[in-house]
Ligand binder design. Structure first.
Ligand code: NDP
Length: 343
C-alpha cells in the first residue's frame, strides 16, 4: 500500500462529463499531519451536485479547482490517526473525495457505529439526501393529511424519502420517474399511491388522472418537461420546494422555444404559489429532529431505502453519467474498498 488512486478534475466539461474530464491517476499515499486522520475509502457517494462543482459557474459553493481531486462525501475506515478522538479501524463519514485514501482534518469527521445502522446509510437515507427530503418537506412543503404531493425523480435518493414522509403525514403521494420498473418499485416498496413515467407519450394525461384533486405540494428535483406538466395541476396555495433541476445540469446555454416566463409569473400570482429554493444546509438546525425521526422511521420499517452500489473507483465516472441519465436505481454509491461490516 504505497500508492493512492484518485480521480481528478482535469478539464471542465461542457455537457456530459467523461473520463477525459475526470481521469483516474495514481498518486503518492497521503501522510496525515497533526490533527489529521488517514482514511481508507469504503463508499464514495455520487450526488448530482457534483456536476455543479465541475463547472466554473458561480453557485452556493466553490467550484473544484482544475487539477484537484473531485470532491465528495465518503464512508471509510481509519488507517492511521493523529487526532485524539479517532483510532485505527474506526468507521467515519468524511469529506474524502473521489480517491482510495484521504488525509483529512479530524474535526471534519463523524464517527459511525455499524451496530446502529449500515455504515453506507450515512450518505443516504440517514445522511445528506435523507436530510434534504426531511428538511425541505417540513420547512417548505408542509404537507397536510389528505393533500396531494407529487415527487419528481421519485425513485432516487431524495425522492424515495420525500414520498415516504408524505405518506407518513397522510397525503396522497404521486411519483414521477423515468422508467416503468422505478414506478413499480416506488408503489410496491415505498407505498406511493401512484407513479407516472414521464417518458410516456401520454404523461400529461396520466399525471392528471393520478391527481384528481390537483396538486398541493410539488417536490421539484428535475425541471424540464416534468415541471411544465405539473404546472397545469397546481391548486391555489400550492407549495413547491425547489430542491434540484437535474434535467438542466448538462445544459450549455438557454433552451430554444417560446418564453414561458410571463405565463409562469401569471400562474404564481393568480394561484398564490409558493416556490422556495433551498440548500439542505440552510436547515441544519433541524438535524437533531431528523436524526430522531428518521432513525425511528428506518428502524420501524416506515421508511425503506434502496442503494445502487457500483464496484470500483475506475467505474465512478461511468456511474456518474448514469446518475445524470437515470441509470441508477436508488442512492448511488461506489464501493472503492472492502466493507468489513458486510462480510
Ligand atoms: P437521484 O438518486 O434521484 O438520481 C438522479 C435521478 O434524476 C436519475 O436517476 C433520473 O431518474 C433523474 N433524471 C436525470 N435526468 C433527468 C431528466 N432529464 N429529467 C428528469 N429526471 C432526470 O439523485 P438525488 O436524489 O441525489 O438528487 C435528486 C435531486 O435533488 C437532484 O436535482 C439534486 O441536485 C437535488 N439535491 C438537492 C439538494 C439541496 O440541498 N437542494 C441536496 C441533494 C440533492 P429518472 O429515471 O426518474 O429520470
Amino acid at each position: 500500500m504505497t500508492m493512492n488512486r484518485q480521480i481528478i478534475l482535469a478539464e471542465r466539461p461542457d455537457g456530459m462529463p467523461d473520463a477525459t474530464h475526470l481521469p483516474l491517476r495514481e498518486a503518492a499515499m497521503p501522510k496525515p499531519q497533526d490533527g489529521q486522520v488517514l482514511v481508507r475509502t469504503i463508499y464514495l457517494s455520487l450526488d448530482p451536485y457534483m456536476r455543479g462543482r465541475m463547472s466554473a459557474a458561480k453557485s452556493y459553493a466553490a467550484s473544484v479547482e482544475v487539477g484537484a481531486v473531485m470532491e465528495g462525501q465518503t464512508v471509510g475506515q481509519v488507517v492511521a490517526s493523529r487526532h485524539p478522538e479517532f483510532a485505527e479501524d474506526d468507521f467515519v463519514l468524511a469529506p474524502g473525495g473521489w480517491q482510495a485514501y484521504a488525509a483529512v482534518a479530524g474535526k471534519t469527521l463523524r464517527k459511525l457505529d455499524p451496530a446502529v445502522a449500515p455504515i453506507s446509510t450515512a450518505v443516504g437515507v440517514l445522511g445528506m439526501p435523507g436530510f434534504t427530503a426531511y428538511a425541505g418537506l417540513e420547512e417548505i412543503g408542509k404537507p397536510q393529511a389528505g393533500e396531494t404531493v407529487v415527487v419528481s425523480a421519485a425513485a432516487g435518493a431524495v425522492g424515495q424519502v420525500v414520498g415516504q414522509i408524505a405518506r407518513i403525514k397522510g397525503c396522497r403521494v404521486v411519483g414521477v420517474a423515468g422508467a416503468d420498473d422505478k414506478c413499480r418499485h416506488v408503489v410496491e416498496t415505498y407505498g406511493f399511491d401512484a407513479c407516472v413515467n414521464y417518458k410516456d407519450d401520454d404523461f400529461a394525461e396520466q399525471l392528471a388522472a393520478a391527481c384528481p384533486d390537483g396538486v398541493d405540494v410539488y417536490w421539484e428535483n428535475v425541471g424540464g418537461k416534468v415541471f411544465t406538466t405539473v404546472l397545469d395541476l397546481f391548486n391555489d396555495f400550492a407549495r413547491i420546494p425547489v430542491c434540484g433541476r437535474i434535467a438542466h445540469y448538462n445544459d450549455s446555454g438557454a433552451p430554444d422555444g417560446p418564453d414561458r416566463l410571463p405565463g409562469l409569473m401569471g400562474r404564481i400570482l393568480v394561484k398564490r404559489l409558493l416556490f422556495k429554493g433551498f440548500i439542505q444546509f440552510d436547515y441544519r438546525h433541524r438535524q437533531p429532529d431528523f436524526v430522531q425521526d428518521m432513525g425511528a422511521w428506518v428502524r420501524d420499517g416506515k421508511v425503506r431505502y434502496q442503494e445502487d452500489i457500483v464496484d470500483g473507483l475506475e467505474h465512478a465516472v461511468d456511474a456518474f453519467q448514469g446518475l445524470l441519465s437515470g441509470r441508477n436505481r436508488g442512492k448511488l454509491l461506489v464501493r472503492v474498498g472492502d466493507d468489513p461490516t458486510r462480510n
